[in-house]
Design a binder for this molecule. Structure first.
Ligand SMILES: Cc1cc2nc3c(=O)[nH]c(=O)nc-3n(C[C@H](O)[C@H](O)[C@H](O)COP(=O)(O)OP(=O)(O)OC[C@H]3O[C@@H](n4cnc5c(N)ncnc54)[C@H](O)[C@@H]3O)c2cc1C
Length: 434
């Protein structure tokens, strides 16, 4: 079978012809990773280049089995992030696009809003900084006093002031990811499940389902994105460190939070602190923690244990602990204690007034953050990072709120692919320089 392929380059008037015997092993665009980011990128590419062959490769038997299906499911509004970041650029619009996507398709969405509460006078400056960031990012955010906060949610406890974000919402992240996969398939994207990428020879990607020879490769491999990037000579300054998020579910008989209730976060850390989330099904959960994990998919027991990987990660964690880079000792101590239910419950209880906490007893499915660490700078990277050249592009640090950002972030990624493709010559770039 032979034929003319219409690669992204064809948009720029560069026809690309190959003879194919196994079309799906020779896609124009191969996206590694069937999480929300990979699927959103594949959808965007197919919408833009309808005649291109777009394939998504996923090592699991289903899409969304890692971070995308195991997160808090919160559509963030976009006020945490400094205005110059990609997170700020995409979050507000991402929230709007997910809301539209769910409403149009009848997917569950709870538009309950969120209160950020202060636990003492020392946190008021943090609240003011969030308000400043929200204003710069064009996010609707209301400053309320204690009485107004209680009117919004009688369960909330705050010190003098709080912030109310009316646009923060909840979705079912696994259902949303599956819906996006369905839409990709309907558009003609091939999703190959149970195919793990493990090696590379020139332009060929070696996988457990055969050798793929893509026109262009996009790496959206989440917890393994650094490893895949390194096969292509990228991501060398970085390493992914897994941080586990545990959740506790409860059904308090009275004063059950009806909006999300969050603390003022430490803005030096890329996570938001233990909070109350109301799910689309009306359940209430507290968490997530940010506990250093010992291997990348270290969800429970010895599940997905890999000795070499564990030794590598434990080695890095031991070094971070000794040097106390980015206050790792404090993080490890604070977070490991939250494995104890009473510690986690005590922390969450500070955000509410009169909510019986005894009922928070059922541990939910944990999720693991693929947090990027810069080896030389010895710090956690706060924003999304892209690196690539004329044949591949690597998405690193797709941490929260990458789920919320998925649609506009995917457009940005595909724009970068188009630029790289047009430039022809291998070009290395980092976030913001593209
Ligand atoms: C505890 C927690 C809470 C969070 N809460 C929120 C929230 O409320 N709101 C929000 O916006 N964001 C949240 N996030 C962040 C959000 O979940 C992630 O940013 C997003 O899911 C990242 O999507 P992804 O597609 O990059 O990664 P993933 O969903 O991890 O997808 C990557 C995929 O790549 C596959 N893969 C990996 N290696 C290979 C390989 N070699 N070959 C083939 N396939 C491979 C994996 O199996 C996986 O399916 C949270 C994250 C966590 C962990």
């Amino acid at each position: 079978m032979g034929g003319r392929l219409f690669l992204p380059g064809a948009v720029a008037g560069i026809p690309y012809e190959v003879v194919m015997s196994y079309p799906y092993l020779r896609p124009d665009l191969l996206v590694v990773g069937g999480g929300i980011v990979g699927l959103a990128v594949a959808r965007e590419a197919k919408l833009r280049w309808s005649r291109a062959r777009v394939t998504v490769l996923e090592k699991e038997p289903e899409v969304g089995l890692h971070a995308s299906g195991r997160n808090s499911g919160v559509l963030h509004a976009g006020f945490y992030y400094s205005a110059d970041s990609l997170k700020a650029r995409f979050c507000r619009e991402g929230n709007r696009r997910w809301t539209e996507f769910c409403l149009e398709r009848g997917l569950p969405i709870l538009r309950c809003g969120k209160l950020v509460v202060a636990q003492g006078p020392e946190e008021l400056a943090g609240l003011a900084e969030l308000k400043r960031r929200g204003d710069r990012n064009g996010v609707v955010l209301e400053e309320v006093d204690e009485v107004q906060a209680r009117e919004i949610d009688p369960a909330a406890r705050t010190w003098e002031r709080a912030l109310f974000s009316p646009n923060t919402a909840s979705v079912d992240p696994l259902e949303a990811t599956r819906a996006l996969a369905g839409e990709c398939r309907a558009l003609g994207v091939e999703i190959v499940l149970g195919a793990r990428a493990w090696g590379r020879e020139e332009r060929k990607l070696l996988t457990s389902s055969g050798t793929f020879e893509p026109g262009f490769l996009i790496n959206a491999a989440g917890l393994y994105a650094d490893k895949l990037a390194q096969l292509y000579g990228f991501g060398r300054d970085f390493e992914i460190l897994p941080f586990k998020g545990l959740y506790l579910y409860g059904t308090p008989p009275r004063l059950r939070p009806r909006v999300h209730i969050y603390p003022v976060p430490k803005l030096s850390r890329p996570w938001l602190g233990v909070h109350f989330t109301v799910t689309v099904r009306g359940e209430v959960k507290i968490g997530p923690t940010a506990t250093p994990a010992f291997w990348r998919e270290n969800y429970q027991g010895w599940q997905n244990f890999r000795l070499r990987e564990a030794l590598e990660i434990l080695g890095t964690e031991a070094l971070l602990f000794l040097r106390n880079d980015f206050q790792f000792r404090e993080i490890a101590w604070e977070e490991l204690r939250k494995y104890l239910r009473p510690v986690l419950v005590r922390q969450a209880a500070k955000l509410v007034r009169g909510t019986p906490m005894d009922s928070f007893r059922v541990w939910g499915r944990p999720g693991i953050r693929a947090q990027l660490v810069h080896r030389e700078h010895r710090e956690m990277v706060m924003d999304f990072v892209l690196e690539g050249d004329g044949s591949s592009l690597h998405i690193l640090n797709a941490v929260s709120p990458a789920f919320t950002c998925a649609f506009p972030f995917a457009e940005y990624v595909v724009d970068r692919v188009e630029e790289l493709w047009r430039s022809g010559a291998p070009a290395r770039f980092l976030q913001g320089e593209g």
